[in-house]
Design a protein around this ligand. Structure first.
Ligand code: BG6
Length: 465
């Protein structure tokens, strides 16, 4: 493994910071998402309701614990730490002309604390936490004006942290938008709740277009501010296998992957793929796309491909839709039903790298599980197994297949609130946080068994797994 390989861990502001009203932060879209669990989806409203509990308000209170937590990351030997900036901490409403100085100062402190230990911050600009005001007043990313607001926010961050942050990403898991059935995706990704009477598919492509342009403009501004900054995209990837060797199922697998690749194709190549243009033609999808937008897409292609990998799925031919996704009978699953497939990581690394020949960065990979704290000890062998097997496949992709991988930041550096369910009990971290789903508990941090294990992995640069 290359000596400069970026080993670290990842989190997102909305899931761990807390301090949701401190330092003049505005509300974000996740501040109005109630708690759920594996059987009950989180509820979304435009306001905070008195009879609901909102787990993201407190997170794990990193806002007040950042020194202690970063010290623990340093103890593990992190070379980098992936975090996101909460947009409404910097622009509380989102449409202001001037940023909130207190918010900017807070991230100065966090980045300085990382740099003190030689930890490189890897920063996502929008990770499920856009200002709620933009969703309410402007209809979220349905509105072209959002491009201007995002560009202003990006410029503010690039200028302010130009000497502290080299690696950036624009929109977390932008391709979640394609799954319009689950309201979580358009809400967290774009501040949009689809209306019954709208052409949802058309709106989804319009939102995506505005975000592509915003991302491409951010890439250009970053280069103008500091040419050495690297700006990547962030995709939710995982192979979708055909359910059989029947050619119709093979085609179903390709069509299913195209729905995910559509987003990286635009980010990386700077133009729309033909399979999408044909689809728009067939479905009579009419979009607001200007010539200037198309030039921006070309000028603002990304430097690297950040992605999350948790699981693979299967596509089966279907007469009405091109395909349906089904369960893989050969794979074991987590308690939340996520299929465990380490080889899938090697497969997706190969496929994406061969498609684009751009450096890849695994910015999320991890195992959500119920952990038990007993006499101050957490034996999370299942997590160690999961990570060991995935790292081993990543190494094969690098060493045997020649895939260029910049780094690996497992989800999550420390226990945080789950995005999909809002539980704290769905733990991913190397560090146990003594809080329950209602944020009750001491809040004390404990090193899990995986903490010591990962520390050895990093110090041996991936030799000892
Ligand atoms: C990714 C997100 O989809 O998966 C993270 O980028 C999220 O924000 C992670 O936390 C794991 O999902 P969950 O729902 O188990 O927290």
């Amino acid at each position: 493994m290359n000596k400069s390989f970026l080993w670290g861990g990842a989190v997102a502001a909305n899931q761990y910071e807390g301090g949701y009203q401190e330092g003049h932060k505005g509300l974000s879209v996740t501040d109005v998402m109630s708690a759920g669990d594996v059987d009950h989806p989180r509820e979304i409203s435009y306001e905070i309701l008195d009879d609901k509990y909102y787990p993201n308000h407190y997170g794990i209170d990193f806002y007040h614990h950042y020194k202690e937590d970063i010290k623990l990351f340093a103890e593990m030997g992190f070379k980098c730490f992936r975090l996101s900036i909460s947009w409404p901490r910097i622009y509380p409403q989102g449409d202001e002309l001037e940023p909130n100085e207190e918010g900017l100062e807070y991230y100065d402190h966090v980045f300085d604390e990382c740099l003190k230990y030689g930890i490189e911050p890897i920063v996502t600009l929008s990770h499920f936490e856009m200002p709620l005001y933009l969703a309410k007043k402007y209809g979220g990313w349905r509105n072209r004006q959002l491009i201007t607001f995002f560009e202003r926010y990006a410029i503010t961050c690039f200028k302010r942290y130009s000497k502290k942050v080299k690696y950036w990403m624009t929109f977390n898991e932008i391709n979640n938008l394609i799954d319009t059935d689950n309201p979580f995706n358009a809400w967290t990704g774009a501040g949009v709740l689809y209306e019954d009477n709208e052409n949802i598919e058309q709106t989804m492509y319009q939102i995506s277009h505005y975000q592509f342009v915003a991302s491409a403009r951010a890439v250009q501004r970053a280069k103008e501010i500091n040419a050495s900054m690297q700006v990547g995209c962030m995709l939710h990837f995982g192979p979708i296998y055909p359910s059989s060797c029947n050619p119709q199922d093979i085609l179903a697998g390709i069509k299913a992957m195209d729905k995910r690749y559509f987003f990286s194709d635009v980010h990386v190549r700077g133009y729309y793929p033909t399979y999408t243009l044909k689809k728009w033609e067939r479905s009579n999808i009419q979009l607001d796309i200007t010539d200037e937008d198309l030039k921006d897409l070309k000028r603002g292609t990304v430097d690297y491909i950040g992605f999350s990998y948790y699981k693979s799925t299967i596509a089966e031919y279907d007469k009405i839709q091109d395909f349906i996704e089904v369960q893989n009978p050969l794979l074991k699953k987590s308690d939340w039903g996520w299929a465990i497939d380490p080889t899938g990581l090697r497969i997706i690394l190969n496929e994406v790298y061969e498609r684009y020949q751009k450096p890849m960065f695994i910015v999320e990979n991890g195992f959500g599980a119920y952990d038990k704290l007993e006499n101050g000890i957490i034996n999370d062998d299942y997590r160690i197994d999961y990570l060991r097997n995935h790292i081993s496949e990543m190494k094969k992709a690098i060493e045997l297949d020649g895939v260029e991988v910049m780094g690996y930041t497992p989800w999550s550096a420390i226990d945080i609130v789950s995005a999909s369910t809002g539980e704290l009990a769905k733990r991913y971290g190397f560090i146990y946080v003594d809080l329950d789903d209602q944020a009750k508990g001491s809040g004390r941090r404990y090193r899990k068994a995986s903490f010591e294990w990962y520390k050895r992995v990093i110090s041996s640069n991936g030799e000892i797994l």
